[in-house]
Design a protein around this ligand. Structure first.
Ligand code: PMT
Length: 390
């Protein structure tokens, strides 16, 4: 297959060499489209030596190249995607070979942003990204980690092997077994304010919820994500919330129009009874009264409409009263969702940038199936079960 590899002028441009090599090793024809800035990082001799094709950044160096390449491409990757090149794509610029070809291309587009944290968080960059996502552009990363100039934070390009894995997914035909299905997913951990600067939170990173969103979208679903605090950037347009009350309102408002709802978020069971208006001062000891939050999943089950599938998650550990599996089975019966994905959590599984392992329980607490591996693999297995139930 023909893969176009756009490379824009960030320090991560050297990582695109690994991506080009990986694509070639997988048997693809690779054409590299660097920006002028990227050529100061990795020169055309390198790209030509690796791919065996001439490399230029100018539209007029080969006047019909953007038309021919854009028309015949199976995948367009932009890695690294700088803030500037994302802006040019979002606004439809065609001022070099990369952007002109991107405008011509009708194949899937995958961008791997890389920039400083402030540039990534700037509303202009986020608006450009939202525009691209709304047009179906796929986004991978960025991740948190070391950045150029000795800084560190969110903005580091995803690892080349992850970009390659995502590219391979986009190049493989995916069964559209969720075509037109409206899937609502919650992700991340809710935060309950204590005072203007403090909150009660949990360790959810949003990765499992976002993996479900990615996989649902690839399988043809119309995906909406309600995300509380997350550590990674969203792969689809997301409704941001903070507290359990906000998540409840966002989810219940969308229940009627959703065919499948997956509650992957770690939702705080308690909130602070009296939130302090001013920053609480240091004391020798402190007691904070908590009151119970509403159980969103239970409410969804009570208000469920015909044909709607409700899926919950349960992160469990065992204790002196029962094993983690026994707690999860009891929770499945209590919640009454069609499926409860029970993940036994530990330092190496469950929360954060780690693999996951789930057992899917029915509303009686009986095991239906199980899956383990990356969060993307676990997401696919959960969706397989949902498809079987429909
Ligand atoms: O985000 P990651 O770092 O990738 O981690 C993923 C995860 C471990 C957070 C995720 O896989 C997971 O297990 N999420 C549920 C965490 C949990 O323990 O939930 P719970 O047992 O408190 O709640 C059970 C179910 O009820 C969940 O679907 C939860 O969303 C829902 N719930 C809980 C409380 C509440 N007040 N309302 C709810 O709807």
């Amino acid at each position: 297959m023909l893969v176009l590899l756009g490379v824009s002028g960030g320090i991560a441009a050297y990582k695109a060499v690994h991506i080009a090599r990986g694509l070639l090793a997988a048997g693809h024809d690779v054409r590299v489209l660097p920006t002028r800035g990227a050529l100061t990082m990795v020169g055309s001799a390198t790209w030509e030596g690796i791919t065996g094709h001439p490399v230029t950044d100018g539209v007029f160096d080969a006047p019909s190249a953007h038309v021919e390449l854009g028309r015949s491409a199976d995948l367009f990757i932009l890695a690294p995607a700088t803030a500037h090149t994302l802006a040019r794509l979002a606004h439809g610029f065609a001022d070099d070979l990369l952007t002109a070809t991107a405008l011509m291309a009708t194949c899937p587009v995958l961008v791997a942003p890389a920039m400083h944290t402030q540039m990534w968080q700037n509303p202009a960059t986020q608006a450009n990204l939202a525009t691209l996502i709304s047009r179906g552009v796929h986004v991978i990363g960025p991740e948190a980690g070391p950045l150029a100039g000795g800084d560190s934070g969110l903005g580091r390009m995803s690892e080349p092997d992850d970009v390659l894995a995502r590219a391979q997914e986009l190049l493989s035909p995916v069964p559209q077994d969720l075509a037109g299905v409206r899937v609502l997913i919650t992700a991340g951990g809710t935060r309950e304010p204590i005072d203007p600067v403090r909150f009660l939170g949990n360790r959810s990173s949003g990765r499992q919820g976002f993996a479900l969103a990615r996989a649902s979208q690839r399988r043809g679903a119309e995906v909406t994500v309600v995300a509380a605090h997350v550590d990674v950037s969203a792969p689809v347009e997301t409704i941001p919330v903070e507290s359990t009350a906000q998540m409840r309102a966002a989810v219940l408002e969308r229940q009627e129009r959703s065919d499948v709802i997956i509650m992957a978020a770690a939702v705080a069971d308690y909130r602070v009874a009296a939130i302090s208006d001013s920053k609480m001062k240091k004391q020798d000891s402190l007691s904070i009264e908590l009151e119970k939050n509403p159980d969103i999943l239970r409410e969804l089950v009570e208000r469920r409409r015909d044909g709607q599938i409700l899926v919950g998650f349960a992160a469990e550990t065992g204790d002196k009263d029962a094993s983690a599996a026994e707690h999860a089975a009891a929770k499945a019966r209590r919640k009454g969702a069609d499926l409860l994905a029970f993940n036994e959590v530990s330092q190496t599984k469950g929360f954060g940038d780690v693999p996951n392992a789930v057992t899917l329980l029915d509303s009686e607490g009986a095991a239906v199936s199980s899956a383990s591996g990356t969060k993307d693999e676990v997401a696919e297995a959960i969706l397989d079960e949902i498809v079987r139930m429909r």
